[in-house]
Design a protein around this ligand. Structure first.
Ligand code: NAD
Length: 307
């Protein structure tokens, strides 16, 4: 039984906690949040110990931690646990700067403890299928990709997400990290060049609330990303254009253009459960698909050319 601690009991914590609850190979033994009430709400279902300061965890009685913290705390919390020999699954984006990523990687290398980054989108079955379609050249060669994500970015969002110092950036940093992950994961290609424009149509915050990226990928493939955080509905669509076909992902559903129309090929999304299973494999020293810190760092390197 792998004993896991969690730091940060905010928006995404429940997804990780539910995944732990459903997995017979691990348990949540402790959880910390500076807001104790939030930690208590999650701990209740697990019988986990609750702390306001993660430095009070009994690290000797644990195997790993999952970090669901504001981006500016990823570096310091990861290093704290890696230095104590614990495996770390740190939420995306890995950190606010490439230098912080390097410090995290160095701490993992020094201690020998495992570090993984929570780029969870690869566990959408629709993305896995698109990756296979590209690999098999089922519709010929991939030519270009367009990804659009819209969301009313500001209302209800914790304040730290809207501070460049605490979040490293706005919609490009937060949702753009997912977009770049989707493109890199499905294609397996390198980014040779990246250009980006950020804007702040929703004023009063010091982070961007809209962004567009243009990427030149290896093999002559191109990709564009549109992220718009104005007062518009949430949508998410990725379109893959091949020499002999078009494939889309809308939400978590795969759609393939067949006989003159887009036909649904379904899609499931046990993202956090599947990611946790892979993280446990990593902790056991088995082959694992969970995102490596080098991959997390590459996403930050690319984002920092834009933000
Ligand atoms: N993988 C995904 O799909 C996904 C989705 C949402 C968020 N995220 C990522 O998860 C991370 C957390 O995001 P969120 O939406 O849960 O944010 P949130 O603000 O809802 O939660 C963060 C929590 O951390 C707590 N916290 C702050 N400082 C702390 C400290 N020093 N010690 C202990 N707790 C502290 C806060 O009180 C808060 O409860 C971010 O990296 C974010 O980008 C990932």
């Amino acid at each position: 039984m792998i004993r896991i601690g969690m730091v940060g009991a905010g928006g995404i914590a429940r997804s990780h906690a539910d995944a732990i609850k459903s997995n017979p190979d691990c348990s949540l033994v402790c959880i910390a949040d500076i807001n104790l009430e939030k930690a208590e709400q999650i701990a209740r279902d697990h019988g986990a110990h609750v702390f306001s300061d993660y430095k009070n965890f009994d690290c000797a009685s644990m195997d790993a931690v999952i970090l669901n913290l504001p981006h500016y705390l990823h570096r310091e919390a990861s290093i704290y646990f890696l230095e104590r020999g614990l495996g770390v699954l740190c939420e995306k984006p890995m950190a606010c700067t490439v230098e912080e990523c390097d410090e995290m990687i160095a701490a993992a290398e020094k201690s020998g403890a495992r570090l993984a980054i929570g780029h969870v989108q690869k566990y959408y079955t629709a993305l896995e299928r698109v990756r296979e379609i590209i690999e098999e050249k089922r519709f010929g060669a991939l030519v270009m990709i367009h990804e659009t994500r819209t969301k009313d970015y500001v209302p209800g969002r914790p304040a730290w997400f809207l501070s460049k110092q605490m979040a490293g950036g706005g919609i490009a940093m937060n949702l753009g990290a997912h977009s770049l992950d989707r493109i890199l994961y499905t294609t397996g290609l390198e980014v040779e060049e990246i250009y980006g424009i950020t804007a702040n149509p929703i004023t009063g915050h010091d982070v961007e609330t809209a962004a567009q990226f243009l990427l030149k990928l290896s093999g002559g493939v191109s990709a564009s990303v549109t992220l718009c955080g104005t007062h518009i509905p949430a949508t998410h669509e990725s379109i893959y254009y091949f020499t002999d076909g078009i494939v889309k992902i809308v939400g978590d559903e795969l759609l393939i253009y067949e006989d003159g129309r887009f036909v649904s090929h379904g899609g499931t999304r046990d993202l956090f459960g599947r990611q946790l299973t892979e993280f446990l494999k990593l902790l056991r020293g088995e082959e694992s698909t969970v995102c490596t810190p080098a991959y997390g760092r590459e996403i930050i390197r690319l984002l920092k050319k834009i933000i």
